[in-house]
Write a protein that binds this ligand. Sequence first.
Ligand SMILES: [Zn+2]
Ligand SMILES: [Zn+2]
Length: 239
Amino acid sequence: MKYILDVHCHSVASGHAYSTITENINYAKNIGLKLIAITDHAPKMPGSCTNLHFLNLNILPKKVDDLEILTGVELNILDINGKVDLPNSILKSLDLKIASLHPPCIAPSDNINDNTEAVINTMKNPLVNIIGHLGDPRYPINIDKIVKASLETNTLIEINNSSLSPNNTRSGGKNTILEILNTCKKLNVPIILGSDAHYHTYIGNFDNIIPLLNKCNFPEELIVNTSIEKFKNFYLNIL
Ligand SMILES: [Zn+2]
Ligand SMILES: [Zn+2]
């Protein structure tokens, strides 16, 4: 398998996902992944779990056979200042933190400057590792500024497989995602692919992204999913 890690997947704890952490782990192991992160939605997402869920994640095994397991969260960006919805004390206890824009937690806006500022201010938080599903048409952004900030803040931009599904609430962002890829390629900025699985059989599935990578001839060395070492180089806190 070319892509050996997927660090964006949800469990029943998110409230609108349908597999347990154990089902996610077993599936990832069976398809040959070497690393996954469990990234359930942070508490401000309606129906998701409380702070206690994240506090107790350290009881999970770090490894099951040869699959490495990271604890994590998908935070909600709450405002233009990049405020997120878990206290730093809990964030520090987790291996991997994604932060994303979600309509129930920050109103969609066609103000490019506000959206860009919200994302860049979140990137400046050293406890945030990845910005999830950029290219959502409900939140237009200044791609150049965000790609440059990704490099400056060591925060990875995620290219999200679910965003490219026709029935996803974020669909319609294909051209923006292509533009993000082309800008990352031009500026030599690494990216991470995420499945955003809400059911275990979607874990490790990047089928919607691959045609876009091919279309812009995206360099493989800039995709961190191909090697655990390459991926971990971005996250000194989990080495
Ligand atoms: Zn999300
Ligand atoms: Zn997600």
